[in-house]
Design a protein. Structure first.
Lengths: 592, 390
């Protein structure tokens, strides 16, 4: 055996052992942990032996197999954008009016985002046009005819605002799901105008409506001094020790983004909410603030704020924007009210200077900045300097929250797919039985038909199956029912490569070549055919992966990993084995 | 063991005209059939609600359908899945919520008929099952709910929207109950003594359905084109049309499976079509590869003969691969329920037509192209196909 062979042999062994290693977390989560703990990463980490692959690399079951709800919400970005264009057009009119450049009337096409501005006095239009073009950079000029100016929202701006509308809807949806207290929720953007939500274990498809029912409620409510309210509550009626509620008596956040101690902190939103419900006193209410985890996707814990029961509605907001102030380098959020809102804001902030104003979205306290002075039509929230990336993210979140009050993006239910846990269990059983039967049939057939060469192909096939599972675990993919079908199909396709090789070897043998020459030439000649055949299937599966949704995507992912694994097992693995059988033992014949 | 002993010498090329005639006829029939009857679109594409129920008693699809209609469901499609003793059925209905085209007018009339309530605006959102009502004076939530419920549309909740006041009027949102509740209710009412559990619920909104359909068609087209580009690049432009026609043929034939069996055409069906596309090209390429190789070996032989040799030489492989791949799917045929059964059955059918098309359509087509070119360049080389080294 030459060195080259040993290198390849080592590679094959390495890959095989590596695959098994990557599958340890999967094995533990499915067969060692109890059913209920299957998705619990912390429990899995405890159960795993030290040498195991990290718990995050594991194959989890798709919603169709473990039960749960898959939801797709569609954000009506077009309507949201049409409204926004209209609002900007109104701003243009009042801006020009404020500059005393002339009187304008506007009409907005909410489909093309074109704004037609007509001047009362056509003679004033030159100056107006100059001012608008330089001040409203989101718009570009389309045409100008005497006193009529047509401007259009820039396409880059259209894209940006659409994606912002989806982000805004996502924020609202996330806050609402948060209320349900479901573990393992996954909320992500799907395409350009949809939001995909996975809720493992959820049973009631009707709950989806809670997410979209009413538009988000944004309010500004003054934060009250809570004094010893929480401390007294905690000592007089102690919470259930298992509720995860604790009293915080000293400041924990150096930047002061927390209620003044003593306040309550809890890990379970519903339990904390139930504990403080109705304890705020006359005209007041206790609201929770979510302290976000570093990834911004979940809440580490919730803190309690006491706020006034009534406040200023956010429906009068006209816009909000997060940015870095170029002169002070502060990260700020600027927001604007319409005339009515401005008046109300002046009233509210005027008598509450130096108190905190709670920004409340659907009963979640998002932020509580201190009111420095009376705020009229234009307000600014300053988040400070330092850690500007994080700050900017925070500011963007805040501006999204403000916008959801100002410019709600309509959301509709696109898809709801709910599978009961009992059906899931049955599908797993049937799916694996089907896969095992298919695999067994192929293995037996190959061994009978090609004898030793067939056994070699079988070894490669089993390794191929192992590789697919390990690959799925590596990409943290989920196994769906179509995924199982894809797995089975890939094994069938993988065998094709070995059939090609073996038929080729037989041909060479029939042509009178020696065993060694026949094997070598068989492999060499079959290589490009196998390569081409795999690539074409790969192309089809990549396209399916990119365009498919949900379970079908699972099928495509399995297919892609399977095809790549098959190239390796059929070309490298079987050749290493066959080379050993023929060259290593100096065989004169080959069993094929 | 060998399927085919020694060398075979079947004349595939000689029968190409008959094969093409037969295939064209079958393809045209399927296309006409799709145009005339359409697919049995699943909720993925048509939109609507799909609910899977499992009865604890012996039941037939007919009984479930009659019971559901008696219980008040509008035109449900009922299909039995799995083996008969599983008593499991899929019910499909148009509409996502109980506020459907059939009863929205009734619901509106019931609201407008409420005594002493002046409605200033009323709009309905059928996609989400919402009715928004604006009234001059305050109305009891329960009254609104009762009005809609009595008209035959279940109500999940009625809320007073914020911003309502004596000056601007009161705005209410009525959220209708989902279809799954109605199905449960209808089956309980319509099949006395029947006990069942709802195992699965799928809603797909009409817009999403359309979007998914367009996406599916785009995916098929894109896959077809990409594969062609690859074939043209790896082989010769002349091979591409044969591969294209053969793949189209296979996709149409497999669509025929869904047309003739009336099985549901859904997202999984698109996955089958794409996989068949890949598989069929794969099969074609193996033969093309061989043609290319034989062209080098037998320089000067007419292309028709070379193709015959290539197909015959790869015959064992082609049959074996098709057989083994089908073998792996057998388990799914027996243990796959619903979509997965269709996946396996359509795949096996696709493998058969894919194999046939590689022999009788993809390869012979290259001859026509070759002959046409030869006729054009009369007197030129009889075998102008160049053999690129792999």
């Amino acid at each position: 055996m030459d060195r080259n062979w040993w290198t390849r042999f080592a590679l094959v062994v390495l890959v095989a052992v590596g695959s098994l290693w990557f599958l340890t977390p999967t094995y533990y989560s499915m067969f060692v942990l109890s059913r209920a703990d299957r998705n619990d990463v912390a429990k899995l980490e405890q159960a795993l032996p030290k040498w195991s692959a990290p718990a995050k690399y594991r194959l989890s079951l798709g919603l169709d197999l473990q039960g749960g709800i898959h939801l797709v919400l569609r954000v009506d970005t077009k309507t949201a954008l049409g409204k926004r264009a209209q609002r900007l057009a109104q701003q243009m009119v009042s801006y020009i009016d404020g500059k005393k450049l002339g009187k304008l009337t506007e009409s907005t096409n909410t489909e093309t985002y074109e704004v037609t501005l007509t001047a009362e006095d056509p003679a004033t239009m030159d100056a107006i046009e100059k001012e608008l073009v330089s001040s409203f950079k989101d718009f570009s000029k389309v045409s100008r005819n005497a006193g009529v100016l047509v401007m259009k929202l820039e396409s880059a701006q259209v894209d940006y605002m659409m994606s912002e509308a989806v982000d805004q809807a996502m924020l609202v949806v996330r806050k609402r799901i948060d209320k349900w207290g479901v573990a393992e929720v996954d909320v992500r953007k799907l395409g350009t105008d949809s939001i995909q939500i996975s809720l493992p274990g959820e049973k009631d498809p009707e709950r989806a409506k809670e997410l979209i029912g009413t538009t988000a409620q944004l309010e500004f409510r003054i934060v009250e001094e809570h004094g010893d309210l929480f401390k007294d509550l905690y000592s007089n009626t102690p919470p259930d020790p298992n509720a995860g509620i604790s009293l915080v008596t000293a400041r924990q956040d150096s930047e002061g983004n927390e209620p003044s101690p003593p306040y309550l902190s809890g890990t379970d939103k519903n339990k904390l909410l139930a504990y403080v419900d109705g304890k705020g006193g006359e005209g007041k209410q206790v609201l929770l603030h979510c302290v976000e985890a570093a990834n911004g996707k979940s809440c580490l814990r919730y803190t309690t704020y006491l706020v006034q029961a009534n406040g200023l509605s956010g429906e009068n907001l006209t816009g909000a924007d997060a940015r870095k102030d170029q002169t002070t380098n502060d990260i700020v959020v600027d927001y604007q009210f319409n005339a009515q809102g401005g008046k109300l804001s002046e009233e509210l902030t005027g008598k509450n200077v130096n108190r905190q104003m709670g920004i409340v979205l659907d009963d979640n306290l998002i932020s509580a900045p201190v009111i420095r002075e009376k705020i009229g039509n234009n307000g600014r929230i300053t988040l400070g300097k330092g850690r500007s990336d994080e700050r900017l993210k925070e500011a963007q979140m805040l501006s999204l929250a403000l916008k959801s009050g100002a410019l709600p993006a309509p959301v509709t239910i696109g898809e709801t797919r709910q599978v009961g846990a009992a059906l899931g269990d049955e599908l797993i059983k049937k799916g694996t039985t089907a896969a095992v039967i298919g695999l067994a049939l192929v293995v037996v057939f190959m061994a009978i038909y090609y004898k030793v060469a067939g056994l070699v192909a079988d070894v490669a096939l089993v390794l191929n199956g192992l590789l697919i599972l390990a690959g799925l675990a590596l990409f943290k993919a989920t196994l769906t029912l179509p995924g199982i079908a894809g797995f089975v199909l890939t094994l069938g396709i993988a065998v094709d490569a070995n059939v090609l090789i073996n038929e080729r070897v037989r041909e060479e043998l029939a042509a009178g070549k020696s065993a060694r020459v026949a094997v070598d030439q068989g492999y060499d000649r079959a290589f490009w055919t196998i390569f081409d055949a795999h690539i074409t299937t790969l192309i089809a599966s990549i396209i399916l992966q990119q365009t498919g949704t949900g379970p079908v995507q699972g099928f495509a992912t399995t297919l892609i990993i399977g095809i790549i694994a098959s190239l390796f097992t059929s070309i490298v693995v079987t050749r290493v084995l066959t080379t050993y059988l023929v060259h290593g033992r100096n065989a004169q014949t080959v069993s094929i | 063991m060998q399927i085919i002993k020694g060398k075979t010498n079947f004349d595939f090329i000689g029968k190409r005209k008959m094969a093409l005639l037969l295939s064209s006829a079958a393809n045209i029939a399927i296309i006409v059939g799709i145009a005339a009857f359409g697919f049995n679109w699943g909720v993925d594409f048509a939109g609507g609600t799909l609910i899977e129920v499992k009865f604890n008693e012996a039941m037939t699809a007919q009984k479930v359908r009659e019971g559901a209609v008696a219980g008040g469901l509008h035109e449900p499609q009922v299909q039995s899945i799995g083996s008969a003793d599983e008593n499991t059925f899929i019910l499909r209905m148009g509409g996502v919520t109980q506020l459907t085209e059939q009863n929205e007018k009734l619901a509106e009339a019931a609201l407008r008929a409420l005594p002493g309530v002046e409605i200033t605006a009323l709009n309905k959102d059928l996609d989400n099952g919402l009715i928004n009502v604006r009234t001059r004076a305050e109305v009891k939530l329960e009254d609104l709910k009762q009005a809609v419920v009595s008209s035959g549309t279940g109500v999940q909740s009625v809320t007073l929207l914020p911003g309502s006041s004596a000056e601007s009027g009161f705005q209410y949102q009525i959220t209708s109950a989902g279809m799954s509740d109605k199905v449960k209710e209808s089956l309980t009412k319509g099949i006395p003594g029947g006990t069942f559990e709802v195992r699965r619920t799928d809603y797909v909104g009409p817009q999403v359905g359309e979007q998914l359909r367009n996406k599916g068609a785009a995916a098929l087209l894109l896959a077809l084109l990409s594969i062609l580009v690859y074939v043209a690049f790896r082989f010769d432009l002349k091979f591409a049309p044969g591969a294209l026609v053969a793949s189209l043929h296979d996709v149409i034939m497999v669509s025929g499976y869904f047309l003739v069996t009336r099985r549901e055409f859904n997202l999984t069906s698109i996955a089958v079509l794409l996989t068949i596309l890949g598989y069929s090209i794969n099969d074609t390429i193996v033969i093309y590869d061989r043609i290319r190789e034989e062209m080098v070996r037998y320089k000067g032989k007419p292309l028709a003969e070379i193709i015959n040799i290539a197909i015959n030489d790869t015959l064992a492989r082609t049959i074996l691969t098709g057989g083994v791949t089908s073998l792996s799917l057998v388990g799914l045929l027996f243990y796959g329920v619903g979509e997965i059964f269709d996946f396996a059955a359509a795949m096996i059918w696709g493998i058969i037509v894919g194999t046939y098309s590689s022999w009788y359509i993809a390869s012979p087509l290259t001859i026509w192209l070759d002959e046409r070119e030869a006729a054009k360049a009369a007197g030129g080389s009889s075998n102008p196909m160049k053999a690129k080294p792999a």
